[in-house]
Design a protein around this ligand. Structure first.
Ligand SMILES: Nc1nc2c(ncn2[C@@H]2O[C@H](COP(=O)(O)OP(=O)(O)OP(=O)(O)O)[C@@H](O)[C@H]2O)c(=O)[nH]1
Ligand SMILES: [Mg+2]
Length: 192
């Protein structure tokens, strides 16, 4: 079974821990009280029925719920290492969230050459008024190739779960294709 390391990155108080707890079914700190994550918290769980090219696959997920605080910047290279996918989370009604997210995107994707295909942006609609905001790649100054999805834990948890599953399935599909290609290369080298 494939094991995927997935980072949750975004500004402080953008809802990373809330979303991580929801996606992993964790109940800790579900009181609504804000407790900033110190460094990183890793949640491990299994996902079934991931639809990869009409096949149902399983995967073991390591969800790295990272702190948005820049005081932990020294840990960023360790967070980046061996990552398969990155979920960026921000609140679209906050200009400073958008700027902070651009900085994180630049560090973790643009500068390292990490594939934008394995990234997604969740625009966390924390307040009802956030729903009126139209998302566009122009508002967030990052690659227009990266999919931006509006999410809400409170109002559309099922859709959030579905968006997360389809992102994981797409990362898994690319990882599997890559592994199969590497196996073929080894076989070809041995028979040459
Ligand atoms: N009403 C509402 N509150 C939310 C939502 N998402 C997060 N919050 C609240 O916003 C605060 C911050 O959420 P966290 O999930 O801890 O934020 P974080 O991104 O993990 O923050 P750091 O760990 O400091 O980087 C908490 O009080 C949450 O309860 C939401 O969708 N709706
Ligand atoms: Mg947190």
């Amino acid at each position: 079974m494939f094991k995927l390391k997935i980072l949750l990155l975004g500004p402080c108080a953008s809802g990373k821990t809330t979303i991580a707890n929801f996606l992993s079914d964790a109940t800790e700190n579900s009181s609504g009280e804000y407790r900033p994550t110190q460094g990183v918290r890793i949640l491990e769980f299994e996902m079934q029925n991931l639809n990869v090219n009409n096949e149902k696959l399983k995967a073991e997920i390591e969800l790295w719920d990272c702190s948005g605080d820049h005081k932990f910047e020294a840990c960023w290279p360790a967070l980046q290492r061996d990552t398969h996918g990155i979920i960026f989370i921000y609140n679209p009604s906050s200009a400073h969230h958008a700027r902070d997210l651009e900085l994180l995107y630049n560090y973790f994707v643009t500068q390292t050459g990490f594939s934008h295909k394995n990234c997604v942006v969740f625009a966390n609609q924390m307040r009802p008024a956030d729903k009126d905001l139209k998302l566009s790649s122009k508002m967030l100054n990052i690659s227009s190739w990266v999919l931006q999805v509006p999410v809400s834990v409170e109002e559309s948890g099922n859709r959030l779960q579905a968006d997360f599953s389809s992102f994981i399935a797409s990362v898994l599909g690319r990882l599997r294709d890559h592994s199969e290609q590497e196996e073929l290369n080894i076989i070809n080298m041995q028979s040459a």
